[in-house]
Design a protein around this ligand. Structure first.
Ligand code: FAD
Length: 246
């Protein structure tokens, strides 16, 4: 993770789907980033929900959905969820010209250059990372992707390898636990040493991780990323403490 703080300005702000707000940032500070920044992540410093001297900016992690190496513009997709946290609140209200600081980028979480079989499982928080990864896969990659969104209207178009099957799952109440991704994974045959990207709500991820450890040879595969991005009912600070025990 590059720790130098970068100042970003909002270039555009629009909804991609009803529950996904896309913000494109521009900044001279982004000139040092290279072309291959998709799926990397950034630490954004967002204002607290209530402003007071005691309330400092909050750090929230977001995926670089797309980095345009020509214009040096960085796209981030924010899942809009309730209750709002500081990041969601900032993103929903963001206007062209607004400023924000970022630390990073941090390293890519999955190697998308391998010509093999992939498993993806992601909710709305990990959808930007999953889609960026899928769009970067070799044409001959194969596999299964389980993508859980809040409504039919949150389904997104993407380019993908022909042999990768996309399964959209609808979970209307993200504040309630969902076993849909796990149940779907249980129905497929996972080949030896799969490439894996699984990310989303902590309780869901914990169950999927357990299942994969017991039923697929993920321990010996060196391209496996299984990580929680948030936790039901907890702020990100609380989530990170709980994650330490994942
Ligand atoms: C490496 C990494 C990459 C990430 N990339 C993205 C990304 O590209 N886009 C993205 O939207 N998120 C992404 N996340 C998740 C994001 O950091 C969290 O969702 C974060 O908690 C949002 O901050 P907040 O201030 O809005 O809410 P918080 O203050 O953290 O939480 C407020 C409330 O909202 C709930 N909540 C938090 N996130 C969600 C959610 N996704 N759905 C439903 N309820 C939620 C909490 O349980 C809590 O009750 C990423 C996380 C990691 C670790």
């Amino acid at each position: 993770m590059i720790k130098i703080t970068k100042k970003l300005t909002v270039k555009s702000s629009e909804y991609v789907t009803p529950n996904m707000k896309r913000i494109v940032f521009k900044s001279d500070d982004l000139k040092q980033l290279s072309s291959d920044q998709n799926v990397f992540y950034a630490k954004l410093k967002v204002p607290p929900l209530s402003k007071s001297i005691l309330n400092k900016n909050k750090v929230r992690t977001y995926t670089i959905r797309h980095f345009d190496n020509t214009t040096k513009e960085m796209t981030v997709d924010f899942a809009v969820h309730e209750p709002f946290g500081p990041a969601t609140n900032w993103a929903v209200k963001a206007q062209v010209g607004d400023e924000i600081s970022m630390m990073g980028p941090g390293q890519k979480k999955i190697n998308t250059t391998i010509d093999g079989w992939y498993l993806f499982a992601a909710d709305m928080s990990a959808l930007p990372a999953a889609l960026a990864a899928i769009e970067n896969l070799p044409k001959s990659a194969t596999g299964e992707a389980f993508l859980e969104v809040t409504s039919e209207e949150d389904i997104q178009k993407m380019s993908k390898p022909e042999g990768l099957n996309i399964h959209w799952l609808i979970h209307k109440e993200p504040r309630k636990l969902s076993d849909q991704q796990l149940d779907s994974i249980k129905k497929i045959v996972i080949p030896n040493l799969p490439n894996v990207f699984v990310a989303g709500e902590l309780n869901t991820i914990r169950k999927i991780k357990e299942y994969l450890k017991q039923n697929a040879n993920v321990v010996n595969s060196n391209n496996v990323y299984i990580s929680s991005y948030w936790k039901i009912g907890k702020s990100d600070e609380e989530h990170r403490r709980a994650k330490a025990s994942l």
